[in-house]
Design a protein around this ligand. Structure first.
Ligand SMILES: *Cc1c(COP(=O)(O)O)cnc(C)c1O
Length: 341
């Protein structure tokens, strides 16, 4: 048995999910005639209390569309130095939208309203790029699955309102935050102009992301998606997986969080481990005492068919997910307890 803890994207669709996909009613979505895609979009728009939603093949394309919606070439986007849009979207912000990112030195992928105010370029100071958008990520991936304090998000919203800035949420793992914290999806809908969500992470779909937003923005979003090559045809088969996941796979994220906490506790008890970041959801980031031990540690795990990922700078990452079973969890913890370094 292979225990793959590199990412929550490694899950495979279950028999029941595949069954739901096979039963889907489909049509040509470029004509907006796919009933299952339409149902998924309507459902997510409603869930977040927004007028419109649009299905995307990937979260990257959804985020890139959002950046394009809120900016003009030459503008600047404020985000954390660890943001997915800056680190993991192939430089798309500059390629697709011609914008630069002003990187904030946040804590665990999160920053404060005060930092946003400090990073703003005054619009009449024409030497600097025009600040157009603030982007936040919840949960923050490189932050270790950390969840934002909602009060801080509200303060940032008011900075955006005062300064006429767009406010985008990269909610690839918003489901984890919704399960871990008291706020609801509509609370997020009230705050943000646009929200991207992933169906292919913790929710276990093979593909799919959705961008949710206000009417005028989303009318433009379908044009941007087309330009990015994202017009799709009978994708109700994929949207059906999304609907199935929304019905069945949100509440169970608690199990992923509990397992992650237990892994964090075991790691904390090991002498060769220097630091484990606080575990808030399904991501565990940790560092070994000696950089040189890392190869040995990973090799020992590999011999036991256990895989996790390196994040650079001596940091390792474990992500729990739908396909990480109780039996795998027991086995992983027992292997960890026996590792001698
Ligand atoms: C995975 C992820 C995305 C989207 O990635 P795709 O692989 O393009 O679907 C966006 N933001 C964050 C924080 C992510 O973890």
């Amino acid at each position: 048995m292979t225990i793959d803890l590199r990412s929550d994207t490694v899950t495979k669709p279950t028999k029941d999910m595949l069954e739901a996909m096979m039963q889907a009613k489909v049509g040509d979505d470029v004509y907006k005639e796919d009933p299952t895609v339409n149902a998924l979009e309507e459902r997510l728009a409603k869930m977040f209390g927004k007028p419109k939603a649009l299905f995307f093949p990937t979260g990257t394309m959804a985020n890139q569309t959002a950046i394009k919606l809120h900016t003009n070439p030459g503008d600047q986007v404020i985000c954390d130095k660890d943001a997915h849009i800056y680190n993991y979207e192939g430089g798309g912000a500059s390629f697709n939208s011609g914008v630069s990112c002003k990187l904030l030195q946040g804590h665990r992928g999160m920053f404060t309203a005060e930092q946003v105010v400090e990073a703003l370029n005054p619009p009449d100071f024409y030497h600097s790029p025009l600040t157009a958008l603030v982007e936040v990520e919840n949960t923050a991936n490189r932050g270790g699955g950390s969840c934002w304090d909602f009060e801080e998000l509200k303060k940032i919203k008011s900075v955006c309102d005062t300064n006429n800035l767009g406010y985008h949420l990269d909610g690839a793992r918003i489901w984890n935050a919704l399960v871990a914290k008291p706020e609801t999806a509509t609370d997020y809908g009230k705050l943000f102009d646009t929200i991207s969500v992933c169906l292919s992470k913790g929710l276990g779909c093979p593909i799919g992301s959705v961008l949710i937003g206000d009417e005028a923005l989303m009318q433009h979003a379908i044009r941007i998606r087309k330009i990015l090559g994202g017009g799709m045809r009978q994708v109700g088969y994929l949207a059906a997986a999304g609907l199935y996941a929304l019905d069945n796979n949100i509440h169970r994220l608690v199990d992923d969080h509990n397992k992650a906490k237990e892994i964090g506790e075991v790691l904390n008890g090991l002498t060769f481990i220097k630091k484990v970041e606080p575990v808030e959801t399904n991501i565990i980031i940790f560092e070994l005492r000696q950089k040189t031990d890392e190869t040995k540690f990973l090799r020992l795990l590999d011999e036991n068919n256990i895989r996790l990922s390196g994040m650079g700078q001596g940091k390792l990452r474990i992500v729990t997910h739908l396909d990480y079973t109780d039996a795998m969890h027991d086995r992983f913890l027992s292997v960890l307890k026996q590792v001698k370094i």
